[in-house]
Design a protein around this ligand. Sequence first.
Ligand code: GLY
Length: 438
Amino acid sequence: MNILIIGSGAREHAIAAALSRSPQKPFIFCFAAAVNPAIAQLTLRYTVGHITDSENIVTTAKNWQIDLTIIGPEAPLESGVADALWEAGIKTIGPTRTLARIETSKAFARELMQEFQIEGLPRYRVFTEMTGISDFLNILGEAHYVIKANGLMGGKGVKVAGEHLPSITEALQYCEEIFAQSSSVVIEEKLVGQEFSLMCFCDGETLIPMPIVQDHKRAYVGDEGPNTGGMGSYSDANHRLPFLTNDDIEQALAINQAVIAALKTKTGEAYIGVLYGGFMATRDGVYVIEFNARFGDPESLNVLTILQTDFVTICQAMTSQTLSQCAIQFAPLATVCKYAVPKGYPDQPVKNKAIDFANVNNKEQLYLAAVDVKKEQLIATGSRTVAYVGTASTLTQAEKIAEHEICAVTGELFHREDIGTDALIQKRIDHMKSVRAS
Ligand code: GLY
């Protein structure tokens, strides 16, 4: 079987590693914007090109006699790569452009929730001009709003009152900036609580949940500094998070299920791929922050590292819409993922500096991201560089392993020492207790 991966980050490295563990022994291929040497080692063929260029991807996939494609990032979903592959008769993990609007248009996601009365919808409004924005911000109240650019902004389109927007004046300026680049602005009430990610395998009807993970968006220890793509993540051995209740988890899964059903009713299309619900557990239950139409990064590293079921079988079950017959198991292990990133990341990262991971003990759980090879030397190209996933029967042990191993990667890099530590997790638990009691 020939399987094509689109993308070259740590998420796609984790996908390639999971495929390479399959007893079906597929041949793995990659089409990406850059060469990731770790993915290249696992693949039969690897080519570099524009990952939104459907025509080139389909031609390449046909030349390589690809049976199944897995799309990693969101940009190819938005540009209709899944549509083009299905039209060419190639089964694909990753929704069509129409369905991917659940991620690529924040307004679409909110309006779908409203139309189908799906739980967890915060107060929101979509604006296509400045008129009315000031009034709505005042209704939500000083420091109680979030402003989102409607389109894909590479994780940089969301600003939160009190964190990135000190006053309504800055909020209005930010809306004007968005209008200069995008057609609309979504303004929502700010949610107070703890965030978590629940990803599900989907075949259009059936959803199978993966372990719940918490990501860390801020760059620096103590949740300080600018937002990033995600500095690391953790999940407990019971595949939950210590601050969540059974009700929170049931609500989140029910919301993901309702969204897949609503998408089917609205578009007539089956959602085949991964639906990622980004949730906030609050005093009043679970609310939706956003949806993604793909595996999360770093969340996918936590879950794919401990996936016990053959990943190829799962992909086949998604594309043949037989997921209900597929029992999916994850090892009962806690996972802590830590990313090492270039100094200065995300705003002014040092670039093209040598890195070395020769001293990492278990390289099977190390995932390469934004790297390149120049003159036989591995270099960090400026974005998230390398992630390590520690696994153990407790979070405490998993964190110690992740910390030890990520420290063994040398170069002009930094990471968050606090992710997955007992102290930070206790802070999350205490915060959630105080939120529930407020
Ligand atoms: N962890 C956030 C994302 O994958 O978008």
